[in-house]
Design a protein around this ligand. Structure first.
Ligand SMILES: [Zn+2]
Length: 340
């Protein structure tokens, strides 16, 4: 933390502190001490063993530096900003609190892992009291593979925003998608923090990104075989379903197994819900059916709920091309051929 309290309850910044008076943590009131050195930014830290709920996480050098960078950036832009402000109505302490055009915006710089429930609780807390919040991730969140924590922070516009505090550079990862070999692909836009104004910063989080058509491919025979060896409960149930239906993985039509089988929304491979969808709707399908069906597919926990209908509609389009479905108006399809 950069600010501690004196015994007179006054805020004192680590850079002004001369170690002459005792200071305490504004969160838990326990004594704290100054840490400072050629490679360490001046900041306050708890003594070993102190448990603190407000400053317990993430006070790594990377996190401290990032907070400082963001603070300096906003100050240079003449935007009112407060560091480590205490919001009593929320019992929360955002890294930075920005006042911009009568809006109150919390900026959180998340470097360490955070349980999803906690992340959601903090975000909902801000929203419930009229604060907006932007979560900026640390460089441990660069999306090289798709993990639960990446899914959690995926922004409304399908981007992930990471701050490299050492380089003072903000990275926007966008166009996240899986290729036909189920590897996560992304594009990257990077900008030095000081070159960015606040409205542009906000567009990184909010501006809708173009949705490019994706390549599809048939699953290889080899991967079909690998699938048969999967021992997890989800795959065991799936393989049993197929068996009880009198089929084998190899006898099912190709369009069930189109790759990528991974999606950003669902934790299950798409061939499982594709199979179930066609097994369930034997005569016709409506958009309403798809919506209800999509709710039953296990999804990643995410701060921003993404319309889970998109992968299903892509599948419907594939089925139309394969002449399995025939479109009847805007929101309804008829099953033409039943292959299983
Ligand atoms: Zn504390």
């Amino acid at each position: 933390m950069f600010f501690a309290l004196t015994q007179m309850n006054e805020r004192i910044s680590a850079s002004d502190y001369t170690r002459t008076i005792p200071v305490s943590c504004p969160g838990c009131n326990k004594p704290v001490f100054l840490k400072k050195g050629p490679k360490i930014m001046a900041h306050f830290a708890h003594y070993a063993g102190a448990e603190c709920h407000q400053f317990s996480e993430g006070e790594t050098p990377q996190h401290l530096l990032g907070k400082q960078r963001l603070f300096e950036w906003l100050t240079k832009l003449n935007i009112p900003v407060e560091m480590e402000a205490w919001l009593p109505e929320l019992k929360q302490r955002p890294d930075l609190l920005v006042t911009y055009q009568n809006r109150r915006i919390a900026l959180e710089y998340q470097c360490s892992s955070i349980p999803f429930a906690r992340l959601k609780e903090r975000t909902d807390g801000y929203m419930s009291k009229g604060y907006e919040v932007y979560w900026i991730c640390g460089m441990d969140y660069v999306p090289t593979t798709y993990t639960e924590r990446i899914a959690a922070f995926r922004q409304k516009n399908n981007t992930l925003i990471c701050l490299d505090s050492n380089q003072n550079t903000l990275h926007m990862y966008h166009d996240l998608h899986f290729d036909t070999r189920n590897r996560l692909q992304k594009k990257q836009f990077s900008i030095i923090l000081s070159d960015l104004d606040f409205p542009s910063f906000e567009t990184l989080f909010n501006k809708p990104q173009p949705n490019y058509p994706r390549k599809k491919a048939a699953m290889t025979y080899q991967n079909h075989l690998l699938l048969l060896k999967r021992k997890d409960a989800v795959h065991r149930d799936f393989l049993l379903d197929i068996y009880l239906g009198g089929h084998t993985v190899h006898s099912l039509p190709n369009y069930i197994f189109t790759t990528p089988s991974k999606t950003l929304e669902f934790c299950q491979p798409s061939y499982i819900w594709r199979y179930q969808l066609l097994a369930k709707f034997r005569k016709s399908i409506t958009v309403q059916d798809l919506k209800a069906f999509s709710q039953a597919i296990p999804q990643y926990d995410a701060l921003y709920l993404h319309e889970p209908l998109e992968p299903l509609l892509e599948f419907i389009a594939e089925l139309e091309r394969a002449k399995v479905l025939k479109r009847l108006g805007e929101k309804r399809w008829q099953v033409q051929t039943k292959e299983y």
